[in-house]
Design a binder for this molecule. Structure first.
Ligand code: SF4
Ligand code: SF4
Length: 150
């Protein structure tokens, strides 16, 4: 597969906080230019340069999963043991739509045997996704808590 690029996406520049810029999560970075991308690309913070969402690397996911289309970002935490679905609070139910939800459930079923977890985060609220049920965790983090990490 040809290497994917972000194209016109940029959703991480909205959803993820960037400590070096004191940029809060869930609001657009002041350096993001619609249709252009990062306005300070050459000097962007290291956390931005290091961030690469799962869609960029996952061969099995087609363009419907591009974050600006899906309205969520997939990324790994805890050394890869936790897959996080960071949902745009402006589209809080995007992850429940087809084809996403059924795929997330299939991943949860496969990952459980290997001790992997799958969480959905919508703003401050979290959900644990399991093969046969979901757990609404309620408020799991403060409003400013989604940070970019590699
Ligand atoms: S969310 Fe993923 S595809 Fe979109 S701009 Fe960020 S790294 Fe690129
Ligand atoms: S500095 Fe650039 S890459 Fe980083 S969040 Fe802002 S627009 Fe996105």
């Amino acid at each position: 597969m040809a290497e994917r690029t972000c194209g016109a996406c940029g959703l991480c520049c909205k959803l993820m906080g960037v400590a070096a810029l004191a940029k809060a999560p869930h609001s657009w970075c002041g350096h993001f230019q619609k249709g252009v991308g990062c306005g300070v690309y050459e000097s962007r913070p290291q956390a931005c340069a290091d961030f690469s969402c799962y869609w960029l690397k996952a061969e099995g996911l087609d363009d419907r999963w591009r974050p600006d289309r899906a309205r969520f970002i997939l990324h790994r935490e805890d050394g890869g043991r936790r897959l996080v679905v960071e949902v745009d609070p402006a589209s809080p139910n995007a992850w429940r739509q087809a084809p996403y939800y059924a795929t997330l459930k299939a991943w949860a079923a496969r990952g459980a045997a290997d001790g992997l977890s799958l969480d959905v985060l919508v703003g401050q609220r979290g959900f644990e996704i399991h093969a046969d049920h979901d757990v609404d965790l309620g408020v799991v983090r403060p409003a400013q808590a989604s940070a970019r990490s590699a």
